[in-house]
Design a protein around this ligand. Sequence first.
Ligand code: ZN
Ligand code: ZN
Ligand code: ZN
Length: 279
Amino acid sequence: MTNKWPLSIFNKSIKVIKPKVIAAHFSLVIRYVPKNFSADFVFNEIKKSITSAQDCNPIVYAYDRTTTDYRFYVKDLEEYYETLNLGKLAVGNRLLPVTPYLPSNKLTYCSKCYILGHTALNCSSHHPKCRVCLGEFTNNHRNECEGQFKCAQCGSNHFSLDGNCPMVQKHRQELNKEVKQAIRNGDLNYNTHVEQIKQIKKSNEYQYDVNAFPPLIKMDRNIENRWNTQKTDSNNNTNKNEVADVLKEINKNLEMMNKKLDDQKRTIGRGRFSLTLRI
Ligand SMILES: [Zn+2]
Ligand SMILES: [Zn+2]
Ligand SMILES: [Zn+2]
């Protein structure tokens, strides 16, 4: 999250209240981490390259995997795009791929009866149920509830949305299948976020503009003088302004290139192997 917020908009002073939690869209995933690397070790390695990384956790998959993927947040937007651009991070003695985090498909469930597939607005239950025992949730239920879990999907002794419930898993599989089909049919574009990131990245990159660096020495003397130098005073002033503008532009570009160089140096410095430049 950036600190570059304005203090006023249209002369009205404003107060910026930042969200306490970073959106899932600013998470990255480091993939195929060997299982013998501890979570703490992986997080420390990530921190060496991304100083604003936080909340690093392994992703739990429904099936067994030979390696682990870790998800982490990146607070600094510049570091986020920088890492995505690089696409790799060093962990231990390995260079592992980094990809954007794509949140899983959310299951629709009813907050009144806890059954999957509909919302409270379309619920046929006459009264709201307790999320633990599924008994009628009256004003006094908190004192009466025995705390015994009952699943609204399968009736077993667990929470209604428990990821280990076979009915919940079946529902999730069906949803994932339908989402995949919708993507295949073109009804849904799951990659929009990734495409957006690529576009933003592109706009952040420096684009070489030929007009920003007009040649100072004319190669072809037949072409009209590029600086359009005329001897009149007023034109002289305009030309001076134009030259000043071009110089400003060159200065800006130089600053930009310097910043890029600094960033690169920073990235190299942060890596496992520090390089010493001898000039
Ligand atoms: Zn319901
Ligand atoms: Zn209850
Ligand atoms: Zn169940």
